[in-house]
Design a protein around this ligand. Structure first.
Ligand SMILES: [Cu+2]
Length: 280
């Protein structure tokens, strides 16, 4: 009954708005009080300060796993992981950059979230990226994002927070920023620990010649019905696996200027991300 009254009230308001507002059809009708009418794109559980209904907002959460086993900073230093080539390894650092998150509708419309997120496993506050874009409820055919920065965004020295985080990629290697720093130790053939630093960014072909090396990731369809947290999972084992089985005995440190290593990272990175849980 209450719903019917709310709907009646909303419809009345629409008629009134149409009479008085026909000079501007694009202005969304303001509904006083929230309703569960699913034809209205507002979030039924949230209101703005002025009492009008709010659109859903999304938070992206970033989780990491090793072939399904959750990895957090509390696992740092443990020789817990065996890569596809057979080396036992530990993780001591993991930071990576995500940018240009876009929701796609099947009719071609897109909603792009501003900003980027430097995920640092050692800093819990970076594992969630809260956005403030109004997201109409409904079905979205995919989510896409850029791992790293695309060419337009990868501007040398442009972002103060990333400069402070020492996230820059050397100018002689193409400049801009790192896409990932993934470090730890692995056990070599004699069983002694050796460092690895799997750093990824622009690939240097030769002096002054560079290749963009970011990855455009596309994740499956989602339906938004409310404020939502969307989990984006990274399977760390994949960086060492498919299609290039990574041999840490030969590719461990000093990889940033190694063109072949940078391209192999890009190839292996194509399948590290997947869509996790959507909580709303
Ligand atoms: Cu580096």
């Amino acid at each position: 009954m209450i719903k019917k009254i709310a709907l009646l009230f909303a419809l009345t308001f629409v008629f009134i708005s149409c009479d008085t507002n026909d000079d501007d059809d694009t202005t969304p009708t303001v509904i006083l009080g929230c309703t569960d009418d699913t034809s209205i794109n507002y979030n039924s559980n949230a209101t703005n300060d002025d009492g009008t209904c709010a659109y859903p907002k999304l938070t992206f959460s970033f989780t990491q796993n090793w072939d399904g086993t959750n990895v957090t900073a509390s696992d740092f230093g443990n020789l817990n992981y065996t890569n596809a080539h057979g080396e036992l390894l530990s993780i001591l650092k993991l930071r990576y950059l995500i940018s240009k998150i876009v929701l796609h509708k099947s009719n071609g419309e897109t909603l792009e979230f501003d900003g980027y997120q430097l995920v640092d496993l050692a800093d819990e506050s970076t594992l969630a990226f809260a956005t403030d874009l109004d997201v109409p409820k409904g079905d979205y055919s995919s989510i896409s994002f850029v791992y790293g920065f695309n060419e337009a965004d990868n501007i040398d020295g442009e972002y103060n927070d990333l400069n402070s985080a020492l996230w820059n990629w050397p100018a002689m290697l193409g400049g801009g920023y790192h896409f990932m720093q993934f470090e730890g130790n692995y056990l070599d053939g004699t069983g002694s620990p050796q460092p690895y630093a799997y750093h990824n960014g622009t690939a240097r072909v030769s002096t002054g010649v560079f290749e963009q090396n970011f990855i455009e990731v596309e994740l499956p369809a989602i339906t938004i019905t409310n404020n939502a947290t969307v989990e984006i999972k990274m399977n760390l084992a994949e960086w060492f696996n498919n299609p290039n089985i990574w041999d840490l005995n030969t590719l461990n440190v000093a990889l940033m200027g190694n063109y072949d290593a940078q391209i192999m990272m890009n190839e292996n990175g194509q399948n590290v991300f997947s869509l996790g849980e959507i909580t709303q």
